[in-house]
Design a protein around this ligand. Structure first.
Ligand code: NI
Length: 188
């Protein structure tokens, strides 16, 4: 496994449309392993293959929910004691994903993206979807999704079409966001 470089705006590769996976082989398994390692390292909750420069219709998602059954972990940070709820690992792979039945009702989440660092914006998307995808062995699955999972899958699927979450903003707002990102980079 290896951590790969995450491409950031305005890298033109992020605008590419990704192509379907046809071979479910060892190379695909290595790509998926590397994507998980890269995503956890970032850290993030979702990553599309195009974000590491591979134009294939492959996504990894792990919402990393808080594990309510586990003992809180005490940690000492800045001299204060905090109790952190450990997160569960729930890695999921989506290959050649499709959305079958987007709901008319929408939900709004504040989204961010590893390819648009430090920028967050409220984005409206269908609240419920039915998703169909293939797993790492090529087997087809279908599932109804809502909440953060539905939003995250739609965000990652946009990457497969070369679309970033900031492309859902008005032109003016997008320009403001890109200027802010430019300033942050110059300051860093
Ligand atoms: Ni993203």
């Amino acid at each position: 496994m290896a951590i790969r470089e995450i491409l950031e705006v305005p890298d033109p590769v992020l605008k590419q449309v990704s192509v379907p996976v046809t071979e479910f082989n060892a190379e695909l398994k290595t790509l998926v392993d590397d994507m998980f390692e890269t995503m956890y390292d970032a850290p993030g909750i979702g990553l599309a293959a195009i974000q590491v420069g591979v134009p294939l219709r492959v996504l990894v998602i792990d919402l990393q929910p808080e594990d309510e059954d586990a003992e809180p972990v005490a940690c000492d940070h800045d001299g204060h004691h905090h109790h952190h709820q450990p997160t569960k690992k729930e890695p999921r792979v989506f290959i050649n994903p499709e959305i079958l039945d987007p709901s008319e009702d929408l939900s709004v989440y504040q989204e961010g993206c590893l390819s648009v660092p430090e920028i967050y914006a409220d984005i409206e998307r269908p609240a419920k979807i039915r998703a169909r995808w293939q797993d790492i062995d090529g087997k087809t699955h279908e599932e109804d999704m809502d909440g953060l999972m539905a939003t995250c899958l739609q965000h990652e699927m946009d990457h497969l079409e070369g679309i970033l979450f900031i492309d859902h903003l008005s032109r003016l707002k997008r320009q403001m966001v890109l200027k802010k990102l430019d300033k942050l980079r110059k300051a860093a």
